[in-house]
Design a protein around this ligand. Structure first.
Ligand code: OOG
Ligand code: NI
Length: 463
């Protein structure tokens, strides 16, 4: 029998092999990430593993895929459900982007600590929003909807195996093998000729819309390794002559602990794709849609911490706009130094970031009673705080990554009102609850505190 986590690990590994064959520069990115991680480990020792063991970090990947309809999203949810991955978070990239990125997204990932430790594979999954009149007029919407309704991304055999794996928690080895083959195949780049006129019609609205709705299949857009020093990675990739996007998205490099998520990518590469012209002839064309992204993960922020992060982004925007010659990263660094506590201890005490708490086993046992309150318990050596790693994504960074890899701005008509989508809409559309990431981190923290309170025989909740 092959269990869900084994399916997940095998799927991630095979997807990586497949993507490495399709996009050789990805293999370079993985190699450079591994070299950087080894160097950081050598330089920092155990500190380098504070946010995850080196074996987890080395194996860690997130993928990105894009689909066209709620039905397709629901099928994706079944396939990832088979791998023990649940939808977490709702990202509205239409609002986070200034150019035309007509998608809303979620991420499928394991949610349980033990499952994340076994294999943390996650997939950022975006769905096109044809109903949004800011991007699509009635005629184009009708054509797009018909086109999407007429394609099949995932064969029924794959979905049936997925449902079984989800319901039973495992698959017999032969079925697991079949499931993995079909699942990986579903995300390969298709060689079927693309209808050039249709693709270009959509491209005028949005390159993302064309990538999703201009073809009859889906594909993995990128597969992202995790690196312990993303600034160093950026330098080394540039040194190898690989063209990176302009910036590292997310928090700036600074003196304090790594927070949330920092991401960057190499620019989308031209890939040969067969194109069919209006006269029916097939020619070899090229499209730039797939890129190579890399990320560094930090500590999960609380709702309050995240609200502060969002406010600081706005503050950095304002200050950078007021000082057009200043380097944005420098501006961000000084804003952070001023507004973000620079130690884990302070972040915890001010409830800006999430931690789990363990009772210190070798604390002095002289019969004294523990003090009240988590901060004091940590300060006086009763509890140890371990940071919880951020397992999710950031809408503004995601929009930045999308935009820096688009060939054109596309078009959007901001005079029209957008169609509203939210986490509840998405839950209903895919027929399963899209989980709130903040709740997941809070639950993990609260469980550890409840356990600590029991161990210390402290009645009532800590926190
Ligand atoms: C997704 C872009 C966002 C991330 O890691 O934030 C993303 C896409 O290009 O489909 O991958
Ligand atoms: Ni990504």
């Amino acid at each position: 029998m092959t269990s869900q986590w084994q399916l997940r690990a095998a799927f991630a590994a095979r997807l990586s092999d497949m993507y490495g064959r399709e996009v050789p520069a990805y293999t370079t990115l993985v190699d450079v990430s591994r070299e950087v991680n080894e160097d950081v480990l050598r330089a920092q020792g155990a500190d380098a593993e504070r946010l995850g063991s080196i074996s987890r970090v080395t194996a860690e990947r997130h993928g990105a895929i894009r689909v066209g309809t709620p039905q397709e999203m629901q099928q994706v949810a079944r396939i990832f459900g088979a791998l023990g991955m649940r939808p977490v978070g709702f990202y509205d990239l239409r609002e986070a982007a200034t150019s035309a990125v007509p998608v809303v997204s979620t991420a499928f990932r394991p949610v349980d600590g033990a499952e994340l430790a076994r294999n943390p594979f996650r997939v950022f999954t975006s769905m096109l929003t044809p109903a949004d009149p800011r991007f699509f007029d009635d005629d184009l919407r009708a054509r797009l909807t018909t086109f999407l309704a007429g394609r099949e991304l995932f064969p029924p055999e794959l979905l049936a195996l997925a449902d079984r794996a989800e319901a039973e928690g495992e698959l017999p080895d032969a079925d697991a093998e079949r499931f993995l083959q079909l699942a990986v195949q579903a995300f390969e780049l298709s060689t079927e000729p693309i209808d050039k006129a249709w693709y270009e019609t959509l491209e005028r609205v949005s390159a993302v819309a064309a990538d999703i709705g201009g073809v009859r299949s889906t594909h993995i857009n990128h597969l992202t390794p995790r690196v312990l020093d993303i600034d160093e990675l950026y330098r080394r990739m540039t040194g190898r002559g690989i063209e990176m996007i302009d910036a590292i998205q997310g928090p700036p490099r600074w003196q304090g602990p790594d927070l949330l998520l920092r991401q960057t990518s190499f620019r989308a590469l031209a890939e040969p794709r067969a194109m069919r012209g209006t006269d029916g002839s097939v020619v070899s064309g090229a499209l730039r849609v797939r890129f190579g992204e890399v990320e560094a993960r930090g500590i999960a922020l609380t709702r309050e911490g995240r609200a502060r992060y969002d406010r600081l982004l706005t503050l950095v925007d304002e200050q950078a706009a007021a000082r057009p010659t200043a380097d944005r990263a420098e501006v961000a660094r000084s804003v952070w130094a001023e507004h973000v506590p620079a130690t884990e201890h302070e972040l915890a005490a001010r409830q800006l970031a999430h931690f789990t708490y363990q009772v210190v086993q070798d604390r002095p046992q002289d019969g004294t009673r523990p003090p009240a309150g988590v901060t004091e318990l940590v300060r006086q050596g009763w509890l140890r705080a371990e940071p919880i790693v951020y397992e999710d994504f950031l809408p503004r960074s995601a929009a930045g990554i999308f935009q820096s890899n688009l060939t054109g701005e596309g078009s959007r008509n901001n005079d029209r009102a957008g169609t509203a989508y939210d986490i509840d809409w998405l839950s209903a559309a895919i027929d399963r609850e899209v989980l709130d990431p903040f709740d997941l981190y809070a639950r993990q923290q609260d469980l550890s505190l409840a356990k600590a309170a029991r161990a210390l025989e402290m009645p009532g909740a800590l926190g």
